[in-house]
Design a protein around this ligand. Sequence first.
Ligand code: NDP
Length: 284
Amino acid sequence: MSEIIDGKKISAQIKDEVKEKVAAYAKEGIEITLAVVLVGNDPASAVYVNNKKKACEYTGIKSLSYELPEETTEEELLELIEKLNADDKVNGILVQLPLPKAIDEQKILDAISPLKDVDGFHPQNVGALSIGKKGYVSCTPFGIIELLKRSGVEITGKNAVIIGRSNIVGKPMAMLMLRENATVTVTHSKTVDLKNVTNKADILIVAIGKPKMITAEYVKDGAVVIDVGIHRMDNGKLCGDVDYEAVAPKCSLITPVPGGVGPMTIAMLMQNCVNSVEIIKAAK
Ligand code: NDP
């Protein structure tokens, strides 16, 4: 039977470490500020933004809130981002996704200064990650690396298989695992015989967006399984992309849903806010 990788506990440790660093910076007269931009009335986005603000409060990071109406135009949003880019008091800018359909999401993400891109979505930060330069790393994959390391998982030399190639999870995950010296395979919807590939994984990272798709026959005995997926089932409970009950007995370590990868994303956002101090200083 597997052991659980406790994302709640590890994310709490990281937030406490961030809190200490924020307090140390405060002693030097440095305040860290995150600007959080929410456009429209999506209830899930409102919950995410609220959780991010709460994490800021806990860690001592100042948060500035910009809640804009659904009818906000692309020009108006770009204007706000320009203002925040130019504001020396703002360290990080976070635009909650998804944006209303009338706004070009990529255009907005590209407009955020790479020096304040605490979500790690700007092409410059994506490029920096792939060539091993310093920069912001997308929070969810960054959090998964922390989960693995803090659970004592040796990554070097291991076969890591990632299911999913999205820009926010799969691709940066692959780059990070490569940076940690894993032998990396990225799979997707066109992969032929997925089970055959995943059965070679020492570390299997699942980011498909399909509830409980990964059953026991996809998983090698003793593998470490990281489940990024998050879904609300008809009974109101949450589940992941992995069929937890079926897979857990087969692997050595597994992340539950909820309480696995989910809490790490916000913790790493807080970590990126702290990292902003050095990133901005290095660019001056
Ligand atoms: P996307 O929908 O952007 O990407 C899904 C990926 O899965 C695609 O690359 C797709 O392939 C691949 N895929 C789909 N079907 C199959 C299949 N049958 N076999 C193999 N691969 C397949 O999702 P995200 O990466 O944004 O998110 C994935 C999951 O993680 C979602 O459940 C999301 O809610 C969750 N999530 C959780 C976060 C957290 O904080 N816990 C943060 C971000 C996401 P192709 O490219 O060919 O279409």
